[in-house]
Design a protein around this ligand. Structure first.
Ligand code: 13P
Length: 256
């Protein structure tokens, strides 16, 4: 089954209105009108509107987080309904920076995933092990616990309405990319576990790789059979760097 590649730029807490305008005009002018892969960007909340109003139609826009609640006395949070109302398409859930810094646990992340789907947003569920967990040989256990919490809450059909991003924590922002084989090994594990629930759905779900992905390694990573694109941090912060990754997705989507 062929899955469309997705190149997603997580801008994290970077940028300004001027940065957003420059990025969006760079992407609009450099992305061809017709592409056979998907592109999405994830600015901070307060820049979402600027991205949504300036983006070309084939670029999706997502938030980096959302509340697990519909609405109410939850100061400082933003709901899925508000994001959908604004015109967002997607939302990240469970990024490791939030799991670590904000103590988000698997159950909370699962609720956020369900909340996104409830309001028509596509959630990208971020999972991944720390360097200690990898050294201890618990990568598969950790990653599967993170996914299973969501699976238990929403079921396999709903899970497949989202996207999974495997982001080994030790590879994020470190320049130490997982090798294509290391990434493939975990992606294949995830897909084979999902196949135990439903083989057809497991073959359909997109699994992105994230962690020091850049123009120079994107082709090798994305060409692995179970890697369906990337969630890009640092290399999504200039149009030139991000386009270098998109060009690799373009080559692969055209079979060259
Ligand atoms: P880097 O590409 O900067 O390693 O970040 C990856 C990431 O965390 C994307 O969500």
């Amino acid at each position: 089954m062929s899955r469309k590649l997705l190149v997603a730029g997580n801008w994290k807490m970077h940028g300004s209105l001027a940065f957003v305008r420059e990025m969006m005009s760079g992407l609009s002018s450099q992305l061809p009108a017709q592409i056979n892969y998907d592109v999405a960007v994830f600015p901070v909340y307060i820049h979402l509107h600027e991205v949504i109003t300036s983006k070309s139609t084939h670029v999706a826009c997502g938030a980096q987080n959302l509340s697990e609640y519909d609405d109410g006395a939850v100061t400082g949070e933003v709901s899925a309904k508000m994001l959908a109302d604004l015109g967002c398409d997607m939302v990240l859930v469970g990024h490791s920076e939030r799991r670590v810094r904000n103590n988000e646990n698997n159950e909370e992340v699962a609720k956020k995933f369900a909340q996104a789907l409830k309001f028509g947003l596509t959630p990208i569920l971020c999972v991944g092990e720390s360097s200690v967990e990898r050294q201890n040989g618990t990568t598969q256990t950790v990653v599967w616990q993170q996914i299973k919490a969501v699976l238990d809450l929403v079921g396999i059909t709903k899970l497949a309405e989202g996207v999974i991003a495997y982001e080994p924590v030790w590879a994020i922002g470190t320049g130490e990319t997982a090798s294509a084989n290391q990434a493939q090994e975990v992606h294949q594990f995830i897909r084979s576990q999902l196949a135990l629930n439903d083989d057809t759905i497991a073959r359909r779900i997109r699994i992105l790789y994230g962690g020091s992905c850049k123009g120079s390694n994107a082709y090798e990573l994305f060409s692995m059979p179970d890697v369906d694109g990337g969630l890009i941090g640092g290399a999504s912060l200039t149009a030139e760097d991000f386009m270098a990754i998109c060009q690799q997705a373009d080559r692969l989507s055209q079979g060259v």
